[in-house]
Design a protein around this ligand. Sequence first.
Ligand code: ADP
Ligand code: ADP
Ligand code: ZN
Length: 215
Amino acid sequence: MKILVMGPPGAGKGSQSAKIVERYKIPSISTGHMFREAYNNNDPVGIEAMKFIKNGNLVSDEITNEIVRHRLKEEDAERSFLLDGYPRTVRQAVALDEMLVKMGTGLSAVINILSSNDVLFERMEARRVCKKCGATYHLVFKKPHVNGVCDKCGGELYQREDDTLESVKRRLEIYESKTKPLLDYYDKKGILYHINGMQPFDKVYADIELVLRDL
Ligand code: ADP
Ligand code: ADP
Ligand code: ZN
């Protein structure tokens, strides 16, 4: 199973990806998570990437393709993987296709999670992330048991540098101009599935399951 989870920022890609990888026991590859982790570890790639991320801009295709290329070479990604938040540009999609052709494989499905902008703004404002493990919370819909503390690992919860009003606006514009065209790219390949992301967590996941179980 080789799947992509797409959708605008805040649609629920990370939340649903976490459920999918737990259920199917496949590795999750999230470029956003990898960049944040690298930044929190003071890694030079992370520091460079954060200059773009905090203003809501995309990290360059070169840097992004390189970290994915590197990650896909690891043994656990040979048979199955879930890509969350990559590709985000047509150039990245073409680069990914090249990587997969070299691996002798291709994508099984692209799950596109849809949402309205009002919902996206509200979700990103109330999003909190664990500094240690990257788990995601919401101040109303997915509250941690103890305020400010991760249920899973006890790590500190923080608000992402790019979850500010200005940055969210910019990310939505970039999504429209650079990422949305990819939907057409995957639709033409006949592997695109749309999911209504404005439903409760479990209902969104149930709809995704219906697609995955038939692959
Ligand atoms: P993305 O990875 O697409 O940016 P996240 O999974 O981080 O999105 O979700 C954004 C925020 O919205 C998080 O705070 C998350 O807890 C919350 N969220 C995600 N899906 C839902 C849902 N179906 N209902 C309510 N809140 C949700
Ligand atoms: P979200 O979907 O909630 O905006 P992500 O965690 O997927 O968040 O990504 C956060 C940021 O990391 C993006 O706004 C962008 O700056 C950078 N990033 C993540 N994935 C990519 C990518 N494939 N190409 C370029 N930049 C990326
Ligand atoms: Zn944690």
